[in-house]
Design a protein around this ligand. Structure first.
Ligand SMILES: [Zn+2]
Length: 114
């Protein structure tokens, strides 16, 4: 399961940061997840809770902000919201669209208890 390996990476990352800061516990983890990332948010939350057991991140609240997909047409330069990686430009009908947002998964903020 893709979400599980990502959840483990997130737990390792935030645990390292908490330890580096001399904290015992991570209380809140804020994430940005793009809608084109293919990740299921519910599944990610479930996996995070499981992966966080017996780590400083155990019991941490996961705040997830979902980002819309955005594409930029390479033909006419139009920028628009896309819901798949195979988007068509609504302006010129072109299919050469670069995805500029929506595939990310990143930790944007962390609250730790010292
Ligand atoms: Zn276009």
């Amino acid at each position: 399961m893709h979400e599980m390996s990502l959840a483990i990476s997130i737990v390792e990352l935030v645990s390292d940061k908490a330890q580096a800061a001399g904290a015992q516990k991570v209380t809140v983890v804020e994430l940005e997840v793009g809608r084109l990332s293919g990740l299921l948010v519910e599944s990610l939350v479930f996996c995070f809770e499981a992966a966080a057991r017996n780590t400083p991140a155990e019991g941490a609240e996961l705040l997830i902000r979902e980002l819309d997909g955005r594409g930029s047409c390479q033909v006419c330069g139009h920028s628009f919201v896309v819901d798949s990686l195979l988007a068509q430009c609504p302006e010129c009908g072109g299919y050469v669209v670069e995805t500029v947002q929506g595939k990310e998964l990143k930790v944007v903020a962390l609250t730790i208890d010292e």
